[in-house]
Design a binder for this molecule. Sequence first.
Ligand code: NAD
Ligand code: UGA
Length: 351
Amino acid sequence: MAMDRVALFGGAGFIGSHLTRRLLDEGYFLTVIDVDAEKIADLLPHDRIDFRELDIRDDNDDTVERIVETSDVVFDLIAYANPKQYVDMPLEVVHLNYDQNLRLVENCVETDTRLIQFSTSEVYGKMGHRQGDDKVFSEDDSDLIMGPVENHRWIYATAKQLLERMVHAHGIENGLDWTVIRPFNFIGREMDYLIEEPDAGTPRVFASFMSALLYDHPMYLVDGGENRRSFTHISDAVSAMVYILEGPERYNREVVNIGTPGNETSMHDFAYLMRDVYEDLSSDGEVPPIETVPGEEFYGEGYEDCERRIPEVTKLTDAGWEPQYDLRETLEEAMSYYVDMYERERAASLD
Ligand code: NAD
Ligand code: UGA
């Protein structure tokens, strides 16, 4: 198996760059397709990476199909994956996350290539609003409940859900070998981007709070930070992906959650924990204020939040996978990378 050629569409993104590094360590030959190589630039050139700088929306000469045809397995990680984008450009989100991804699915069907498709925990939608303390999102049992159409944040989850259903249907009607992965809030180094000023962008929450801590602007808690998430260290997540790729189960024609149920926290407690860890890690230890902001002001009209998301992960744990990082360890590992980088840059600028 370790000699297989694996194609990673979106393989230079946050998850993709970590997966690329791990699969290289495992001995695979990789084709990485992305619009931007930045997060894997230090690896290139590499005799086991064929990097293709390509926007799949502009593929007019069947490059994608040829890559799929010459691969044993395709990981599809391409998507707009940031809630601010769902609110600001809902049509573009559907165009990329559904239309373009479906073309890739069809290429896998036509060429008989195994597909590992990235979906999202957001397909469970508002189920968290109904959860008791002990309820978890189960791949094959939970209902998927979206909010009203006018709250167009749900367009991302809806597009991802329809893509999952198309992948499933291609399995039934056309024999496609597939696995759908639903990630639950992975965090780690190289996630999104940092913003030096609060109005310079809206990365996902870990990068947003990390930016505030480093560049000393307020940490904005959306709607008071009552909503809850279960965070997963990217390295635990990637171990689960490798297991799905090469473990004996293979999870063929199955949906698999990847997450760390024990790392559930409110965003309020998450902000305070990040401040606490930062105080330990940084040489100045100064922390910015925490301010509450309404969701529609922070993201724009059409935003609605998910209250809770706790994954059931027995499909993986029954087979021997266990997450290694608790929430504090996750933050210590991820934040030390940024604090060290920032302090090195600051020292260099003072020289
Ligand atoms: P990311 O934005 O870091 O990665 C996506 C990558 O796709 C980027 O490198 C981007 O440049 C590339 N890309 C975008 N449009 C492209 C195009 N037209 N052509 C070629 N490449 C293009 O996001 P991520 O966090 O790594 O997420 C990867 C996948 O996992 C996505 O499908 C996302 O919806 C899903 N997901 C991620 C999380 C998470 O916790 N990070 C959670 C749920 C779902
Ligand atoms: C994310 C994104 O949709 C995708 O990355 C992914 O598909 C999915 O969820 C997942 O990771 O499983 P969400 O968790 O809402 O959605 O995005 P974050 O930006 O990480 O926000 C988490 C929580 O923090 C939300 O309640 C948000 O309102 C809050 N938040 C975000 C803040 O309080 N402050 C900020 O600066 C940013």
